[in-house]
Design a protein around this ligand. Structure first.
Ligand code: 3H9
Length: 699
């Protein structure tokens, strides 16, 4: 008898119920339970039809992702589904919540599907570096046609029950009780002697498919899914659906699914799925800690950052009071917010009335006193400790007790800012990334005295404004910038050693980064990056470090905004500039730096392993709670591709022994300044463990 699947007879209808909280994942236990109950269902002459339904909050949300790292256990899902489909007695799937991946594929293997109006369904395997591996690539196009199925599987986006009904995926929308509705539907099928409808026996309609459809699809993916492993294989499966008989195409699907599952890409993407859930858990803060109520947010500064931050709250329906020093700056800020929304309206992404509703939540203020009622105040003023401390002194005077006081600093010491107030427990860092209304990453900086409920409230608020929040500790640059600086440092140093800027950027891009490191600095501004560096008080006294950056700044080459930085620019297109190459040559000579041939492997190792080594220090110091926190920072805010998983899991997958060996090699060549292996890295290699294991053991 299964613990997770049960069988009940309601007249001549067999009710199969899956109850495997929290999301009814198709684990081995569920597959085994289903297999055994199918024996009973098929053998019982008193049963004419069945329904497949789930207890709890959702229909099956997919295969159990945790099982993909282990050897598969029979009966595997495609086999179970072939057996359901082969049943001579009709089976009705009853959908509520989110029928996803293997869950939706289970529904497609049933003969009829009914759903609550609130249900949705989709094949999100692509987000895990996989493809639907239980017949989804073959059964779905038999209902929706190839283009719609391909679009759904490549995007991973779910469809609503209403859309499902319109496209033939759902046969009936049930009002009221799902179980009763599904039983009634099954009874009707029996009464009408309706034939068992097996999707695998339907033909795929290819009559309207352009001859070059799959070629076009592949060409599009080369750009849109650069570096990802599964999308091209999804196209291959859909092509097989159009051209091959079902059993043959299903075999191909199984083979390609297994290839995807074994790929490092999928391993990394699956890791990120759990990482993004783990980062919401803070070990010393209870899940049920009472939160502070945030009904009104004050924002100081209406520059690009301040207005970007404001938009997040307005989008979530939270009123904002925005403070500036003078009316003109304030009006410019309001105009910027309105223009952002207007652009959405012009592109058809926002209704004009919604624009007005959001603007109505925004209030202008010129005096600190206006912030007296705010539940949270975020300062987004100039990145200067003196200015920030002045702001917090004023906030301490005007804000109500219990208000959360947040600084949007990207690197400064939050404790030093909190120290000017009489309530350091209410002070926290909320480090938004520019453009703040677009970037999803938010570093939440916990000060030495920050109260637990202030941390928990900030994490919950981040979810409300749709940010990916990572909790970090106080140090220069927190997690993101601190670990990113060595990457930029190595790129800059390699210029002096004779590597061309365009080669560095191309290698990083080909590795998967959204942009090369030097293009990123040119985009954010050489001056901006330089002034952030200047705030790093204990940076190594090395005349070569960030030297090219400093020289370019002195020459007024500030990046894209001056059409010249590490590159020269034709519009936004970076072009190699011989002036930069000459400058690097002269400066190397002046500093006595040897120019030499540097191979592609070394370029990548120096860019990435320098980050890994710094990441290890960040872990040792407790600045990040776990290695997955660092990885989420880099995949959600620094353009690292999801199929690499982040710097720390990348190192785990390469093998920490290899990383350590290379780190020692660079230490031998360049000295101890940057390449002394972090003690944690050495320790883990000694113990034969990974950053991931270390993090799990610590939790
Ligand atoms: C697949 O199906 C392959 C097949 O095609 C072929 C097979 C041969 N497995 O997200 P939440 C956990 S691939 C294991 O916080 P929500 C999750 O980690 C799969 N665990 O809730 C969390 O654990 P914890 C295709 C899973 O309400 C807890 O459940 N399917 C799975 O915000 C609650 O999750 C997908 O990709 C799973 N499949 O969102 C769907 N799903 O509490 C993946 C969840 O310990 N799932 N968990 O942190 C989701 O998208 C969301 O979880 C869902 C609920 C929308 C369902």
């Amino acid at each position: 008898m299964s613990d997770v699947v049960s069988f009940e007879r309601v007249g001549n209808i067999g009710v199969i119920t899956i109850d495997n909280p929290p999301v009814n994942a198709m684990s081995f236990a569920v597959r085994k339970g289903l297999w055994e109950i199918l024996d009973e269902f098929l053998a019982d002459p008193g049963i004419a039809a069945g329904i497949l339904i789930c207890a709890g909050r959702t229909f099956i949300a997919g295969a159990d992702i945790t099982e993909f790292d282990k050897p598969p256990e029979d009966p595997w899902l495609p086999k179970v589904l072939l057996r359901i489909e082969a049943s001579p007695k009709p089976v009705v799937a009853a959908l509520h919540g989110t029928a996803l991946g293997g869950g939706f594929e289970t529904a497609l293997a049933c003969h009829y599907r009914c759903a609550l109006n609130s249900a949705s369904m989709g094949l999100p395997e692509v987000n895990l570096g996989l493809l639907p591996g239980a017949g989804g690539t073959q059964r779905l196009p038999r209902l929706t046609g190839i283009p719609k199925a391909l679009e759904m599987i490549l995007s991973g986006k779910p469809m609503t029950a209403a859309e499902g009904k319109a496209s033939g995926v759902i046969d009936e929308i049930i009002e009221g009780d799902l179980r009763a509705g599904a039983i009634a539907a099954a009874r009707k099928l029996v009464e009408q002697k309706a034939p068992v409808r097996r999707l695998s026996e339907l033909r795929v309609n290819t009559s309207d498919l352009p001859a070059d459809f799959f070629q076009q699809a592949r060409a599009k993916l080369a750009k849109e899914a650069r570096g990802f492993f599964s999308p091209l294989r999804i196209v291959e499966c859909l092509e097989a659906a159009a051209q091959k008989p079902f059993p043959e195409a299903l075999e191909l699907e199984t083979r390609l699914f297994n290839e995807c599952k074994a790929s490092p890409h999928s391993r990394a993407q699956r890791y990120l799925f759990f990482a993004e859930r783990t980062i919401t858990k803070i070990p010393d803060i209870p899940k049920d800690i009472p939160l502070r109520d945030i009904k009104q947010v004050g924002i100081i500064g209406a520059g690009t950052m301040g207005t970007g931050i404001a938009i997040n709250f307005l989008n979530a329906g939270i009123p904002v009071i925005q403070l500036e020093m003078n009316e003109e700056a304030l009006d410019r800020g309001v105009a910027r917010i309105r223009k952002t929304y207007q652009d959405y309206v012009d592109k058809g992404r926002l209704k004009a009335e919604v624009l007005e509703q959001r603007m109505a939540l925004h209030t202008k203020a010129l005096a600190y006193e206006a912030l007296a009622g705010a539940d949270l105040v975020i300062e987004a003023v100039f990145e200067d400790m003196k200015v920030k401390r002045e702001v917090f002194t004023r906030l301490d005077q005007v804000c109500k007790p219990g208000a959360i006081l947040a600084t949007n600093t990207s690197s400064l010491d939050v404790d030093a800012i909190a120290a000017v107030t009489r309530r350091p427990e209410d002070v926290i860092g909320l480090h938004f990334f520019a453009p703040a209304n677009i970037m999803v990453l938010l570093e939440i900086v916990r000060g030495a005295k920050t109260a637990k409920d202030v941390v928990a409230t900030s994490m919950a608020l981040a979810k409300r404004i749709k940010k990916t929040a990572v909790l970090v500790g106080v140090c220069f640059g927190f997690v993101g910038n601190r670990v990113y600086f060595p990457y930029i440092r190595e790129a800059d140093l390699m210029l002096l050693e004779g590597v061309a800027p365009e080669r560095i950027d191309k290698l990083a891009y080909d590795w998967g980064m959204a942009m090369g490191p030097l293009s990123v600095v040119d985009l954010s501004g050489i001056d901006v990056f330089h002034s952030a560096l200047m705030e790093w008080k204990d940076r190594p006294a090395d005349p070569a470090a960030f030297r090219m950056l400093g020289l370019l700044r002195e020459q007024g080459r500030l990046g894209q905004k001056t059409s010249a930085g590490y590159f020269k620019y034709d519009g936004r297109k970076p072009l190699p500039d011989p002036v930069v190459a000459d400058l690097a040559r002269q400066e190397a000579q002046r500093l006595g730096i040897a120019r030499r041939e540097i191979g592609d492997t070394e370029v990548i190792e120096r860019l990435l392993y320098s980050m890994v080594n710094e990441g290890a220090r960040v872990l040792e110091e407790g600045i990040a709670l776990r290695s997955c926190d660092i990885d989420v920072v880099f995949t959600s805010g620094y353009g690292m591709p999801r199929y690499r998983g982040g710097p720390m899991i990348y190192a785990d997958m390469i093998g920490l022994g290899n990383v350590l060996e290379a780190t020692r090699k660079y230490r031998d060549r360049y000295g101890d300044r940057y390449w002394t292996p972090a003690p944690l890295l050495e320790q883990l290699v000694r113990e034969g463990r990974t950053f991931e294991q270390w993090s799990q053991d610590k939790a």
